[in-house]
Design a binder for this molecule. Structure first.
Ligand SMILES: [Mg+2]
Length: 119
């Protein structure tokens, strides 16, 4: 089973994503900022990380860069909102493999994750 780590500072968004992913993937953990994301990435070794961009303490762009430094093969899917195009460009530079857009549409979320796994 494909293991996913969910990273978002909003508990509501984490729960929502968990609901969408369960049944398709194994959600191995959740993190609410970039520092926790890097720690849990190393601890849980997920196949895919869903990474919110804007978070306190450490944002998703910095966390993605660190995760890619730890493991260049890591798969990171950014969670973006309308109006975050500039940040998304930075995320791609940091090594993001794909993205999903809020508000989430379940089939698109599943497809985006399967897509990065095929690479
Ligand atoms: Mg956020």
């Amino acid at each position: 089973m494909v293991k996913v780590l969910i990273v978002d500072d909003s508990e509501f968004m984490r729960k929502l994503l968990r609901k969408i992913l369960e049944g398709h993937f194994t959600v191995v953990g959740e993190a609410e900022n970039g520092v926790e994301a890097v720690q849990k990435f190393m601890e849980l070794k997920p196949d895919v990380v869903t990474m919110d961009i804007i978070m306190p303490i450490k944002n998703g762009i910095s966390a993605t860069a660190e995760i890619k430094k730890v493991n260049p093969q890591a798969k990171v899917v950014m969670c973006t909102s309308v109006g975050q195009e500039e940040k998304m460009k930075q995320a791609i530079k940091a090594g993001a493999d794909g993205y999903i857009t809020k508000p989430y549409q379940a089939p698109k979320v599943i497809e985006a994750i399967q897509e990065v796994l095929r690479r």
